[in-house]
Design a protein around this ligand. Structure first.
Ligand code: NAP
Length: 265
């Protein structure tokens, strides 16, 4: 069976790789892209888009109505990602979402709608398989070494901080350890923010620099030893096997799954 796909955010860094991945799979068919501009044009007529004879829509409801896709891949911003998901559910389309920056309330509301409609959906803050392994290994390590700090590093066009992966890592660690105050109990910041964001006592530090893609270190400390678990995505292609797996898997789901780790063994 051919899976008909619409991509929102096709001119972005992630979107471009997703267009190439979908176009190269025999079992997928790219039927349209959704853009904040260029309605009525074809992709090959627009600078910065892949040279394909695929229609561009600004109105996502019109796109779903006319093209009847099975799956939406969303790689935009959280505000639009949420609207796109709601529209997808209204049209019986299954969303696969890499967009990061959703709040817990957003995710719960979207989960509720997916359940009501009986439609599968996947939101994955990180589609890189290596990053999923990093999170799993970090959760295992936290059972034995409970003091931990997370340093995530991304390119300077990223809008949200900390990254969805850093938050997800902290959530997984918090499932296996009690919240605790780390560092000196009387420590104070002479410059606000010096110790990073706080997640149940874990500190999360966000670095934003040109030249970076997506990187994370989870550093555990214990008496006389440290353990560092590190993952680097050195290009956007690293995310595409995960996007492909999510598009295939979402067709067999009837609820929202958050996190790629929940669909790989
Ligand atoms: P990017 O290069 O800034 O691309 C974002 C794209 O979304 C742009 O082409 C933008 O178009 C488009 N867009 C914005 N609003 C839109 C709308 N209303 N309708 C259609 N398109 C719209 O960002 P990126 O690096 O590709 O990342 C995209 C998202 O994926 C971010 O949330 C990022 O954090 C996330 N991400 C996820 C993973 C993962 O593994 N899950 C990995 C990397 C990044 P304009 O230029 O016209 O605004």
């Amino acid at each position: 069976m051919t899976i008909k796909v619409v991509i929102a955010g096709h001119r972005g860094n992630m979107g471009k790789s997703a267009v190439q991945m979908v176009s190269n799979q025999e079992q997928f068919e790219l039927v349209a892209v959704v853009d904040s501009k260029h309605a009525g044009k074809k992709m090959h007529e627009v600078q910065g888009a892949e040279p394909l004879d695929i229609p561009i829509y600004e109105d996502i409801d019109l796109c779903f109505g006319e093209r009847s896709p099975d799956v939406l891949i969303d790689l935009t911003t959280p505000a639009y990602g949420k609207k796109h998901m709601e529209s997808a559910f209204a049209h019986g389309v299954r969303p696969v979402v890499g967009t990061t920056g959703f709040t817990e309330e957003d995710i719960e509301a979207l989960r509720h709608t997916a359940q009501e409609k009986g439609l599968g959906a996947i939101i994955a803050p990180n589609f890189a398989i290596g990053a999923i392994l990093m999170m799993k290994f970090a959760q295992s390590a936290a059972k034995y070494m409970e003091d931990v700090e997370i340093i995530e590093r991304h390119h300077d066009r990223k809008l949200d901080a900390p990254s969805g992966t850093a938050i997800k890592t902290a959530q997984l660690i918090s499932e296996v350890r009690e919240a605790k105050v780390q560092g000196h109990p009387e420590e104070k910041e002479d410059l606000p923010g010096a110790r990073g964001a706080d997640f149940e006592g874990m500190k999360i530090h966000s670095v934003r620099l040109p030249g970076l893609v997506a990187h994370q270190e989870v550093i555990f400390g214990s008496v006389g030893q440290t353990l560092t678990i590190r993952h680097d995505s050195i290009n956007r292609e690293s995310f595409m096997p995960g996007v492909k797996l999510a598009v295939e898997t979402v067709m067999n789901l009837d609820t929202l799954v958050y996190g790629l780790e929940n669909i790989i063994d």
